[in-house]
Design a protein. Structure first.
Length: 475
């Protein structure tokens, strides 16, 4: 949202501002429909809604929501699921701010059914509007408009990988690779243009600087210092973005974070966006609010249903308690609705397909993931988060920490009821080491790329997968 205020680019004028206007229109029209056509607004509340300040509060709430969540519909590397979660997050934020302000300033008596309908309608319409805007942008880019022109200097495996990435799904990203300047033209990827040697790049930039938005350079600054410095100065003079593509031979391929100690650049192998005070406050606040809402509303019914089914199926307690590895390697008691007969190997042996320890009602609990809902108690206590890497048995922590060098990194975030690995199919039994490695890689990716938007995406993907009910590993 800040870029909407500070800059007046074509993408802001033609994409972001119309989308923001559409979001506001959806909010206003939904409120008008609820007030005059739904029959759900009480007469005493209708008088309050009709006050002159109501539309002002709704507009302010919509703008604040856009400022907090942004409008990333035109961002070239955003996947569709990210656009969806951002739209829903914006609608939820507007809804919460508006109704909170109305209750605080005008002493409006909130109506549960009305609030639910308002949230559902605005979220669905906002989601549809953002997806339509994204589709329109993709069509525009597919026709050669709104392209981002990039010039490549140097060739190596990294540059080849970047070329393939930028040219894949061209309609959505809208990148236009002008070509490569390199002294090894045989390494230019198939389909790309070889524009000349390294010595020819300066003249090309001077002649075509009006269309070049960005230069990616793979030249080694330690070997070709003068050439790289001259190229940087030329880019600065023509306001062309310069990006250096380094070769970290031997280092793990993961997101790197560059910081400074004095005037020296230091590269960290793990970026931890969750490790900031603000991120911790946001995530913990969301965990408390959502877990409290669930525990005070649906959980008693879930408890009753599970308790009756478990007691009729197998003697023993309703809840299963197991020591598991949590945040920063600390142990905690993880809770689940019991789905197995009691056994001596419960703390060392995973459930497998056709496991004799699982009783029939327990199989239903595991298949529908109802057994995991007891972990909202862990979330409220602070042992877990709603979204995060799944907590593993202590036995597995001891086993895989010796077999997988990066295994313990997954404990840099609180364990979750669901997570990025789970929505990508990495759940249940790990029959061989490669399956656990894949799960760990996705857990680390989540830790290094955390955002509120990503958590919202995972939450809704989890709900969708539960509705579809097609997870073959849910046993």
């Amino acid at each position: 949202m800040l870029d909407i205020i500070r800059t007046t680019t074509k993408e802001t004028l033609f994409y972001k501002l119309p989308t923001l206007a559409a979001d506001l229109c959806i909010q206003v029209c939904t409120l008008q429909w609820l007030m005059y056509h739904s029959g759900m607004v009480r007469p005493e509340n209708l008088v309050i809604y009709e006050r002159g300040g109501t539309l002002f509060l709704l507009t302010v709430s919509c703008f604040i929501a856009a400022w907090l969540s942004g409008i990333p519909i035109n961002e070239r590397n955003r996947p569709a699921v990210s656009i969806c979660s951002n739209a829903i997050l914006s609608a939820v934020t507007t809804w919460a701010l508006f109704n909170g302000l109305m209750a605080l300033l005008y002493e409006l008596t909130l109506q549960g059914r009305l609030l639910t309908v308002q949230l559902a309608v605005t979220a669905l319409l906002t989601l549809a509007a953002h997806l339509c805007a994204r589709s329109a942008i993709s069509r525009i880019r597919s026709r050669g408009t709104n392209n981002y022109t990039v010039l490549m200097v140097g060739t190596d495996s990294n540059m080849e990988a970047i070329y393939r990435y930028l040219t894949h799904s061209f309609n959505e990203k809208g990148y236009n690779i002008l070509g490569f300047f390199t002294d090894t033209p045989q390494r230019v990827p198939e389909g790309a243009s070889s524009l000349g040697g390294i010595q020819d790049v300066d003249a090309y930039i001077q002649e075509n600087h009006a269309v070049i938005k960005e230069i990616m350079c793979a030249l080694d600054p330690a070997v070709e210092t003068d050439r790289v410095n001259a190229l940087v100065q030329l880019c600065d003079s023509y306001m062309i973005r310069f990006k250096y593509v380094p070769t970290f031979t031997g280092y793990p391929r993961r997101t790197l974070h560059i910081s400074q100690m004095g005037s020296t650049n230091v590269i960290m192998l793990h970026d931890e966006p969750l490790n900031t005070p603000l991120a911790k406050i946001i995530k913990r606040s969301a965990d408390i609010v959502i877990s409290l809402l669930f525990l005070c509303t649906f959980f008693p019914l879930v408890w009753l249903f599970c308790a009756v089914g478990i007691k009729l199926s197998s003697p023993g307690p309703i809840l299963f308690r197991q020591r598991r590895t949590g945040y920063e390697g600390k142990e905690f008691w993880c809770l689940k609705f019991r789905s197995m007969h009691r056994s001596i190997d419960a703390d060392t042996r995973q459930a497998v397909l056709g496991d004799a320890r699982v009783f029939p009602f327990g199989a239903f609990l595991r298949r529908t993931s109802l057994d995991e809902l007891a972990q909202f108690i862990n979330v409220l206590r602070g042992d877990m988060s709603i979204i995060g890497p799944r907590p593993h048995m202590l036995h597995h922590t001891d086993l895989y920490s010796d077999l997988i060098s990066s295994y313990m990194i997954r404990h840099l975030a609180k364990p979750g009821i669901t997570g990025w690995a789970q929505v990508n199919g990495c759940r249940g039994e790990t029959k061989d080491l490669s399956e656990m490695k894949e799960r760990v890689e996705k857990d680390i990716w989540y830790i290094e790329h955390w955002s509120v938007e990503l958590d919202v995406s995972i939450f809704f993907i989890t709900l969708w997968q539960l509705i579809r009910h097609n997870d073959r590993k849910a046993y």
